[in-house]
Design a protein around this ligand. Structure first.
Ligand code: C2E
Ligand code: MG
Ligand code: MG
Length: 736
């Protein structure tokens, strides 16, 4: 129990002592500073490590501050440092806010002219010259020296010591160094302790302290001379005297060995600029590579996605989407290629799947597509629309291609399982859609597929198998066009193209006055072809000029032969309105023909259809005039065919009008037709032109025309067009 009591008593004592200690600790500083007088000292702050503002505490610190604090405390003052706002110490002396101002080497008068007093020396500050690396300064007396403007106070001291020295002042250290580097000054002078701080800056690392050229200066506090300030200085001097040298050295050592310099951005740039540049380049390169890789990857992914959307993974054909796009592309790229779309379907595909398994069905589709792909050109395409529906888009190459396709693709597909020993015949149905010019103008692939599908369905319901057309007529027409265009050169060469003659007669005398040359084609595949079957096609394809030149040449050969036999005949030849292009000199061509075959121009009569005159009046009028100049007769063919303008008769200088009876008698009131013809004959005669009527089929028509004054006629009533040998027989009996 006793022991417990003793412990309690000891505990209470410890607590009391601790509380006392805390109280002491809290109040001792105020005890100490209590009774001390406050002293405000103005100091510069740009002289690390002598005076500077601590980054963390914001307090002014440094060797000067520390020593001043020591001296003032010992003299019974409590010091507060204040950063100098004035430009110079002289100005600061006039500011009554400071009790003291630092540092002074000696007493100077203030800007307003007041005398000052200074304290004893706080410590001796060495001043050192700094030069560029490897530069040995001459004697200080002959030098041009750069100093900070804020050290103006020290300038006087230096000049007293070295009267020969020239001193230039600069606002900051950067300007000082630049001036030295540019040769404005030989060296820079500053406090050695401050140098040790400044030279830590990488930009100044090449500067060298010339310790041999060192001068020392006092470091004092000063103030304007008043009785009060004298008292402060006296007390302060007592405090200064109390600081031992050891203390001073310790403070100096402490601050000069601290790493006080902090790198700013320009220092980092100078120190690590090259490395940073390399790093930035590397970083940019890496970023560019990453972006490039990313883009390539994205493109590849997009391509892959497109491939997946556009391709049928089972067969390797295009998907419906891909097929649609590719067909649109082909039509835009090749608007001149005639295409067909074939829609194929396997009728018994479900049965094949059910009985032989899906894999067998897939195999069949793959086989079909492979055969197609092997046979297609680059600008043809195959697509799998769904299940067993295959669409093919290829050139419309005619029946031969279809036969070939049936043999090399469809038959092997039909017999696919039979060839592999299974008793199933594949039923392939197809619908063919031949593209029309409209399909090239307004591309609608879905509609083409619908047409193909429709034809396929029709074929399936009627025959169960095989291929059918959606637009058979189109196919026939296309085939005919191809046959005509492709075979014309061969027909001209081989003699399949013939010139027949239809005699023209004088109805009054029955005499043959001439003939019209009309071409006939003994086509090797299509049999005898008459002009309406191919003239339009040749006109559209631009090949009519080849045919016409052949006919004209053949006519001239015949005329020459007849001339040689003593028969001087005249023949009318047709000139297509397509021949009459501005860049072709038709008159010159005919002139050359007559020269070549030794004919007279009256032997060739040139028929130009009335419609041609309507289309290009100016050019035709000048051509007509030229032809007449050369002595040829020009006839206006098919007059009355419906487009004629009476005004034309006045403008166009033709020699003969060829009235087409067919146009005037085919329909309408025959009596009115007769009245028109009668007046036309009269009018043409009054205009001073000659007239021939073609298409005369009956005696009655011939009689009527003769009565009305038109005696020259051409028509079945007299003669049908006939081969040259037959025509020759007709006139060889006549007078030469
Ligand atoms: P076109 O120049 O008006 O020729 C007259 C057409 O009328 C010929 O038809 C002729 O056979 C036909 N014809 C003659 N008499 C009668 C008749 O009494 N009744 C009926 N119904 N028809 C008759 P074809 O030979 O079929 O020629 C038709 C058209 O083809 C020609 O009309 C001409 O425009 C063109 N053509 C014929 N041969 C050539 C040629 O070598 N070059 C060019 N550019 N066109 C030609
Ligand atoms: Mg004619
Ligand atoms: Mg005619």
């Amino acid at each position: 129990m006793k022991r417990v009591h003793r412990y309690k008593r000891t505990g209470r004592m410890i607590s009391a002592l601790t509380a006392l200690a805390v109280l002491f600790a809290l109040f001792i500083p105020s005890f100490c500073s209590a009774g001390r007088e406050a002293l405000t000292v103005g100091v510069p702050t740009d002289r690390c490590p002598i005076f500077y503002v601590d980054r963390e505490t914001g307090e002014i610190e440094g060797i000067g501050a520390e020593l001043m604090k020591m001296a003032a405390e010992r003299a019974g003052y409590d010091v507060t440092f204040k950063a100098l706002g004035e430009e110079s110490l002289k100005d600061a002396l006039d500011n009554g806010d400071y009790d003291l101002v630092m540092p002074f080497g000696s007493a100077i008068s203030s800007t307003s002219g007041q005398e000052s007093i200074v304290s004893d020396n706080l410590f001796q500050t060495p001043f050192t010259l700094v030069t560029e690396e490897d530069e040995k300064p001459k004697s200080l007396n002959d030098l041009r020296i750069g100093m900070l403007r804020s050290l103006r106070g020290a300038v006087e001291t230096v000049q007293q010591l070295y009267p020969g020295v020239t001193i230039r002042l600069y606002d900051n250290m950067d300007k000082c160094v630049t001036a030295m580097r540019e040769g404005e000054v030989d060296a820079l002078l500053h406090n050695s302790y401050v140098w040790s701080y400044i030279l830590q800056k990488p930009l100044f690392s090449k500067l060298t302290m010339q310790t041999s050229a060192m001068i020392t200066m006092d470091f004092r506090a000063g103030t304007v001379d008043t009785p009060e300030s004298r008292e402060i200085i006296e007390r302060l001097n007592e405090g200064i005297a109390m600081i031992s040298d050891t203390h001073r050295q310790a403070v100096i050592l402490d601050y000069t060995t601290r790493r006080l310099y902090v790198y700013d951005f320009s220092d980092y740039l100078h120190e690590y600029g090259l490395v940073a540049l390399l790093f930035v380049c590397l970083l940019i390169t890496v970023i560019l590579i990453v972006i490039e890789r990313h883009q390539t990857m994205r493109l590849r992914q997009e391509e892959e996605m497109r491939r997946l959307i556009d391709q049928d993974p089972l067969t390797g054909a295009l998907s419906l989407h891909g097929f649609r796009n590719r067909v649109e592309e082909l039509l835009r790229e090749h608007p001149d290629v005639p295409y067909v779309l074939v829609y194929g379907n396997i009728r018994n595909f479900k049965y094949i799947n059910d009985s032989l398994g899906r894999e067998a069905g897939d195999e069949l589709l793959r086989f079909w597509v492979k055969l197609l792909k092997d046979s297609l050109r680059e600008d043809e395409v195959v697509g799998r629309l769904n299940a067993d529906r295959i669409a093919i888009f290829h050139h419309a190459d005619g029946m031969d291609k279809l036969d070939w396709y049936d043999r090399t693709v469809i038959n092997p597909v039909r017999n696919y399982f039979m060839d592999r020993g299974k008793e199933i015949r594949v039923q392939v149905c197809g619908g063919i859609y031949i593209l029309t010019p409209e399909d090239y103008r307004e591309i609608n692939v879905d509609q083409m597929l619908d047409y193909g599908h429709l034809a396929e369905k029709r074929m399936r319901s009627i025959h169960g198998d095989g291929y059918g057309f959606y637009n058979q007529e189109q196919w026939e027409k296309g085939r005919r066009i191809a046959e005509v265009i492709n075979h014309l050169p061969k027909a001209i060469e081989s003699g399949d193209l013939k010139v027949w003659y239809q005699p023209q007669v004088d109805c009054a005398t029955g005499e043959i006055t001439g003939a019209e040359a009309l071409c006939r084609w003994d086509h090797e595949k299509l049999g005898w072809l008459y002009p309406p079957a191919f003239i339009d096609t040749l006109e559209e394809s631009g090949m009519i000029y080849d045919l016409d030149r052949f006919v004209w040449d053949r006519v001239c050969q015949d005329l020459k032969r007849w001339n040689e036999e003593g028969y001087h005949r005249s023949v009318s030849v047709n000139v297509s309105r397509r021949d009459l292009r501005e860049d072709r000199d038709i008159p010159a061509h005919f002139k050359e023909l007559t020269r070549k075959y030794g004919l007279t121009p009256d032997q060739i009569r040139i028929e130009i259809t009335e419609t041609a005159f309507v289309e290009k009046p100016e050019h035709l009028i000048s051509t007509t005039k030229k032809l007449q100049e050369y002595g040829f007769e020009v006839e206006m063919d098919d007059f009355g065919s419906g487009h004629s303008s009476l005004h034309m008769l006045k403008e166009v200088p033709v020699d003969r009008i060829k009235l087409d009876l067919h146009f005037l008698t085919a329909s309408g009131d025959p009596e009115k037709g007769r009245i028109i013809i009668r007046h036309m004959i009269q009018m043409v005669r009054d205009l001073g032109m000659r007239m021939i009527t073609e298409g005369v089929e009956t005696e009655e028509q011939a009689q009527f025309l003769r009565n009305k004054g038109c005696s020259e006629m051409q028509g079945y009533w007299f003669h049908k067009p006939m081969p040259v040998e037959d025509f020759e027989k007709l006139f060889t009996g006549q007078e030469k």
